[in-house]
Design a protein around this ligand. Structure first.
Ligand SMILES: Nc1ncnc2c1ncn2[C@@H]1O[C@H](COP(=O)(O)OP(=O)(O)OP(=O)(O)O)[C@@H](O)[C@H]1O
Length: 386
């Protein structure tokens, strides 16, 4: 079976460029040959003067971890991965963001891009070295204690709740957020019901599977409604049913309460599916910010051609040898990013010529946010795809 996807139509793009825009300004800019759009708020005013529709404003955020301050992480290493810790790490390198009321706003980037560092500053858990954070009119750099009243935060790790049962974790969160006992129990029951967690209500969180634990912690985050939710990879480890339950719950809060959601992810498929806008982070900098469709339009004159060889590719065939220098090779898979006409011609050559029997699969696909990330100069390979 040789699946193909419709090739995208669009505008001029291509090449490798790096860029650090204010995520909120909208005037298109030309970066090399790429015309970059960054949202729709022309010339966003400074934090103190942002309009009522801006819920969260970040300006010039800088955070450097000093040398020897902890487990330094490189792309591909999870937290705690051992690596040399000899140099300081500038994990936020002058970040500007504007997030609007009711938006589902994504922060996308590979491992080590600085996503968690950014949201820990937004939630008052980590102090920036410089810069401003304004959430609903509150200066969270001066008053980090106010973040808990404004933001429901689901971090990557859930150790604080691990000893509690699912029900008690939800109820305790409600109490900590100021609900009285009756209201906390009612909110607990409603959210466990909504996420179909009833059967697990009496189980300690630490005895659940990874996906169940994530869903239980997400449930606790929802109790005692907060106007802003910050969710750091909420669906990691979840099966499709649980993922759908999470997105349905998020959608209900947005439509019923106008909740604003910041989602950290390195899952490009999820980003393209659920987000209104996305800031692409690389090495502590925002390298692009727009709607997923707007970002994909930056590379719309290219398509991705994926070839999977049955065995060793037949490099003695001139058509195959010519492609080799252009390919990103991962095992038996070659990924090529080509202009439309060249991609179509290559496809015809390969499927109609002597290379065909060597091919296991050939796919022509519209560019994804991963292609945008690479085209904009993203240095790490391997934004997660599913
Ligand atoms: N406590 C720490 N001490 C020193 N360096 C750190 C610390 N925490 C993170 N870093 C470094 O800061 C950079 C950004 O890390 P961060 O955890 O914010 O990235 P991330 O985008 O959330 O990555 P992931 O997708 O793996 O969660 C990385 O280079 C990392 O090694």
């Amino acid at each position: 079976m040789l699946p193909t996807a419709a090739a995208p139509r669009g505008t001029r793009a291509g090449g490798v460029h790096s860029y650090n825009p204010p995520c909120g300004a909208s005037r298109p800019r030309r970066v090399g040959s790429i015309l970059v759009k960054t949202g729709t708020q022309d010339e966003a005013p400074p934090a103190a003067a942002t309009g009522r529709d801006t819920v969260c404003t970040v300006r010039g955020l800088v955070r450097t971890y000093p040398a020897g301050s902890g487990a330094r992480r490189r792309p591909g290493l999870r937290r705690g991965g051992a690596a040399a810790d000899a140099a300081p790490v500038r994990a936020s390198d002058g970040i500007d963001l504007d997030v609007r009321r009711g938006e589902l706003f994504g922060i996308l980037g590979p491992n080590g891009a600085g996503k968690t560092t950014l949201v820990r500053q937004l939630t008052g858990l980590l102090r920036p070295d410089a810069g401003r954070i304004d959430v609903l009119g509150h200066d969270l750099v001066r008053h980090p204690d106010r973040a808990a009243r404004l933001i429901g935060y689901l971090g990557q790790e859930s150790t604080a709740l691990d000893e509690l049962t699912v029900a008690l974790a939800a109820e305790t969160t409600g109490r900590l957020r100021g609900l009285d006992a009756t209201a906390a129990r009612a909110a607990r029951d409603a959210v466990l019901d909504e996420l179909e967690l009833g059967p697990l209500a009496g189980r300690p969180i630490k005895r659940l599977s990874g996906g169940q634990r994530r869903l239980a912690c997400f449930a606790a985050t929802l109790v005692g409604e907060r106007p802003v939710l910050v969710l750091d990879e909420p669906t990691t480890g979840m099966d499709p049913v649980a993922r759908r339950a999470v997105w349905a719950a998020v959608g209900r809060r947005r439509s019923e309460h106008g909740t604003t959601v910041l989602l950290v992810t390195h899952n490009v498929i999820e980003a393209e599916t659920v987000l209104d806008r996305v800031a692409v982070l690389d090495a502590g900098r925002v390298i692009a910010c727009d709607t997923p469709a707007g970002l994909r339009a930056l590379v719309a004159d290219e398509v991705r051609l994926d070839l999977v060889w049955r065995d060793e590719p037949p490099l003695d065939l001139p058509a195959v040898a010519a492609l080799r220098p252009l390919a990103d090779v991962s095992g038996r898979r070659w990924t090529l990013r080509l202009p439309h006409a060249r991609a179509r011609a290559t496809m015809a050559d390969l499927t109609g010529g002597p290379a065909y029997p060597w091919l296991d699969d050939i796919t022509l696909a519209a560019p994804s946010l991963e292609d945008v990330y690479l085209a904009l100069g993203g240095r790490a390979k391997g934004l997660v795809k599913s």
